[in-house]
Design a protein around this ligand. Sequence first.
Ligand code: NDP
Length: 307
Amino acid sequence: MSFFIDSTIKDVGPWMEAFRVRDPAIKIYREGDKVPLDQITTAVVWNHRPGLFLKFPNLKLIASMGAGVDHILSDPSIPSSVIITRIVSDTLSGPMSNFCIGAVLYHQRQFDKYLSDKVQKIWHQELNPELGMNIGIMGLGALGMDLANKLNSLGFNVFGYSKSKKEIPDVVSFTSDQLQDFLNEINVLVVMLPATPETKAILSKPLFAQMKRGTYLINVARGHHQVDQDIIDAIEDGQLSGAFLDVFPKEPLSADSPLWAHPKVMITPHIAVVTKIEAAVPQIISAHYRVLEGELPEIVVDKLKGY
Ligand code: NDP
């Protein structure tokens, strides 16, 4: 009934400390420790070492240290009986929505134009300072729902796209067999889809060709979704009016990527939201005890759906 925590990217030290403070009864181990392998029932991971789960014969729960689970499901060695959970919290959805609203306003109020004007000392006033916007959110899950409601309350026209139909007041919801109808309505696309085989490279030439000319793209989900060169080509020929990108297929974005210097591309280094340890730890502990008692955690990842 112990934890093993592993990440090849995150510093697990502060997580171990937070688990110990929150529940001193839980023993927690990391790479390099002398680990009682048969006592590990919960693995807490973010980009773990391959083959990790096979070491623990009594593993019952794998907990993602964030919202995404693509880093877990890409491991073919997950025992079928093991439950996977992930973080759903308003400490994720709140900052994520704020970030997206910032990106929407950056485009709506044409701050890229004024940044460029400032560098050139140009005083030029747009007579219509607010661009008209119909905002489409691809992925109406924990994050997309929060953003839809908040954009709606700010007075934007909001459209959603997800596998199943959603009922959100004043938000028009489309399902995955209505992609063209969804794209016909919008001129700003915010992507909040999970990384699955179905969503790989979805932000590429065929999708852009289906969009209204001049649609603005905001991707805060995963670089897995996007083909950088297709984004540049679509901006160059006017199919996209620009892009606000927080994620990239290869991170960090290479210094020689043409995205850096493109005047119509805004780049942030995968910081739309960062998991708060103090919010994640109690959720993982609660999931751990529920699973030990034979119950399901509050958030269960559907391994077949991939999110
Ligand atoms: P959820 O699992 O709650 O929601 C996913 C949504 O996407 C659901 O509405 C689902 O539809 C929809 N969906 C999935 N596949 C498809 C598809 N093929 N076509 C149409 N709709 C689809 O995830 P979250 O909202 O919590 O998070 C979304 C993603 O955001 C995460 O998976 C993660 O990759 C990313 N993320 C990125 C962060 C960053 O800093 N860049 C931070 C946090 C998350 P349905 O509801 O019908 O199942």
